[in-house]
Design a protein around this ligand. Sequence first.
Ligand code: X2W
Length: 287
Amino acid sequence: MRKRTDMTRDWIATARTLSEALPYLQRYEGATVVIKLGGHAMGSDEAMDSFARDIVLMSQVGVHPVIVHGGGPAINEMLGKLDIQFEFVNGKRVTSQPVMDVVEMVLAGLVNKRVVAAINRQGGRAVGLSGKDANLMVCRQTDPALGFVGTPERMNTDVVRTIFEAGMIPVIAPIGADAEGHSMNVNGDTAAGAIAGALKARRLLLLTDVPGVKDASGTVVTELTAGQIRQMTAEGTIAGGMIPKTETALAALQSGVRAAVILDGRAPNACLLELFTDHGAGSIIRS
Ligand code: X2W
């Protein structure tokens, strides 16, 4: 309906916003952008719908988005319901066979299909897969003490390109297989970095539940070099859960990703703010 009498919104500003986005839309036309959606950034159904809408918009304007999701909290919840004990060592889940079964059911099943359904509800066409499909992510065991935890070793991203070419959006669960085909549990950030590196993505967006990388005074630093990240880590300013994220970002840059961004996935339209405005979001890391 045409709403020329509706004064509750500034329609002229809406048109201006679209016009201002043109140079950004042109800049990212045809670019591959890998987005890691962490389990902690996956909030309510409304938040998921808003995320999905941004992804469908990206795809509509010619960007190739690739979603790699986590789901740690959902795995914890299911292990709790099944009364299976678990522990983390250095941020990685110690993964016995029964734990691996639950991880695969939850990530490749429930969580993957929740993300796929959210994108499809917004008019996109998402295809859900895991790193086992078409040998996308072949892993070696990270450490025998961690059980079925994998480190990506050989990536076969042709299936991702095939999905792009069909005009669809790949949604990837971070499960790999070893050379014998055993399922391996891969940290979601690590999987996203390996996939972004193998695709030589233009951007890796790590959506999390913090606003970015903070300096010693607690202020978010909007732009950082790899050198600054190393220095802040050595000084202890970057610590705890931020370390795997910055390590993933540095590894992705080394594999040829142009820039990695750590940003708050719970903020409205976080992906659009980062890609299509001067303002940006979170902390961008370039080599
Ligand atoms: C993770 C995989 C899921 C994940 C796990 O089992 O929890 C390892 O720890 P978030 O939500 O991104 O943390 N794998 C080896 O990374 O989820």
